[in-house]
Design a protein around this ligand. Structure first.
Ligand SMILES: NC(=O)c1ccc[n+]([C@@H]2O[C@H](COP(=O)([O-])OP(=O)(O)OC[C@H]3O[C@@H](n4cnc5c(N)ncnc54)[C@H](O)[C@@H]3O)[C@@H](O)[C@H]2O)c1
Ligand SMILES: O=C(O)[C@H](O)[C@H](O)COP(=O)(O)O
Length: 380
């Protein structure tokens, strides 16, 4: 069989070489000519997969190594009898780590602790629910909203109006344009006006869930309002004025841990095996390397809040990604290419649970707080 794959999918040979020859293609510029002779198409979020790409091709199966599926015309795939698999939850942990790192910066800016803020979570799926569990175990007040979920499964839910009253609102919905509760421009001028004037908005879902022009205008009129954006309306195009006004800005890398990306490949491989009725022979654990940073130790002298933010930032330091993006954009004469270059050349990062943290046996509060945040805590 012939596989055409986005060149940015990791472990392609390790997982898929047994299926046939693999041709690598640049995802964003993939054309119908690239896929015409393919039996299997493997993409990431930057390839629009629809009739225009696939009509007349031999493709029997499409896999996307991503959580998001707004780039896939699933109705077309179904009508055309083409198999499909995405990678639900593959990088949920990485996005949670991103939000925890962002929160650590926000609370530092305000000279307060994690438990002094309330967090509104919009969308309580893989990412939102994991985030909710971590935050609540850390003692943070969560106001969660999800019109499609049952509180018996995801915990107490509030209305969007109520969630928007939180100190920090973080968005984890898919991008949808129709249905009962579409998310396109869910956060618009009116909703921004409902938020506290000194609130913070985090978007690590999809750019167009926020009306970016309205957000910039809102921040120009409310100097204490902060935004942390990983995703941008119309990316890889970017409104530089919006980026400059953001407290933290990153190039759609919230889910880009090595674990998250490789897990995405594994989930698609499993879907492909199922589709062709073949046994699953490969497992991610065969290929994941040892973490670069393996252990952080704390003494009994460190306050819990300080240990938490140190450990979170040892695992993932959002300010580095923010700094790299600002510098690259400042020097760039092609913003779209720079945005994609930053993503393609993203440095190695591991999920929080891969970091072992040593704490003295008598420091029960410290043990509890770090465990709540997801670390592999050991007493020493
Ligand atoms: N920035 C990144 O790198 C990155 C990484 C992973 C995922 N994502 C994005 O984050 C989104 C969420 O990821 P997930 O794994 O949690 O997806 P998910 O499908 O598991 O959960 C999404 C949740 O949003 C809810 N939802 C839908 N419409 C809503 C609305 N109008 N209001 C409130 N809730 C609504 C759904 O009911 C669902 O529970 C993905 O669709 C993807 O687009 C971004
Ligand atoms: O939906 C997802 O899983 C994420 O947004 C993913 O990290 C996007 O990465 P990309 O496919 O653009 O490389």
């Amino acid at each position: 069989m012939h596989i055409v794959a986005d060149e940015n999918i990791p472990l392609l040979n390790e997982f898929f070489a047994d299926f046939g020859e693999i041709t690598l293609v640049e995802g964003r510029s993939m054309t119908a000519a690239d896929v015409a002779e393919a039996d299997i198409l493997l993409v990431r979020s930057v390839t629009r997969v629809d009739a225009q790409l696939l009509a007349g091709s031999k493709v029997k199966f499409v896999g996307t190594a991503t959580i998001g599926t707004d780039h896939i015309d699933q109705d077309y795939l179904q009508d055309a009898g083409i198999g499909f698999k995405s990678a639900p939850g593959c990088n949920a942990q990485a996005v949670v780590d991103y939000v925890l790192s962002a929160l650590s910066v926000l609370v530092d800016e305000r000279g307060i602790g994690f438990t002094d803020v309330s967090v509104g979570i919009v969308g309580v799926g893989s990412v939102g629910l994991l985030l909710r569990r971590r935050l609540e175990e850390m003692g943070v007040t969560v106001l969660a909203v999800d019109p499609f979920k049952d509180p018996e499964e995801v915990g107490e839910l509030v209305t969007l109006d109520e969630a928007l009253q939180a100190d920090v609102v973080t968005l984890h919905t898919p991008l949808t344009r129709d249905g009962e509760h579409p998310t396109w421009h869910l956060i618009d001028q009116q909703r921004l006006a409902q938020m506290k004037p000194d609130a913070s908005l985090i978007n690590a879902g999809r750019g167009a869930v926020v009306d970016n022009a309205a957000l910039l205008e809102h921040m120009q009129n409310n100097r204490d309002f902060e935004a942390i954006l990983d995703v941008w309306e119309n990316e890889p195009e970017l409104d530089l004025n919006l980026m400059h006004r953001c407290l933290l800005a990153t190039p759609h890398i919230a889910g880009y841990s090595l674990d998250g990306k490789m897990r995405g490949t594994e989930y698609v491989y499993q879907g492909l095996c199922e589709f062709f009725g073949l046994p699953v022979r490969r497992k991610l654990a065969q290929f994941l390397p040892e973490p670069g940073v393996k252990r952080v130790n704390f003494s009994d002298q460190v306050p819990v809040h300080q240990a938490l933010r140190t450990a979170i930032r040892a695992a993932y330091e959002i300010r580095v990604d923010d700094g790299v993006m600002r510098t690259a954009m400042k020097r760039s004469d092609n913003l779209k290419a720079t945005f994609d270059h930053l993503r393609k050349n993203y440095p190695l990062r591991r999920d929080i649970p891969t970091l072992r943290v040593g704490v003295p046996a008598k420091c029960h509060d410290l043990h509890e707080a770090l465990t709540a945040a997801g670390f592999d805590v050991r007493t020493k």
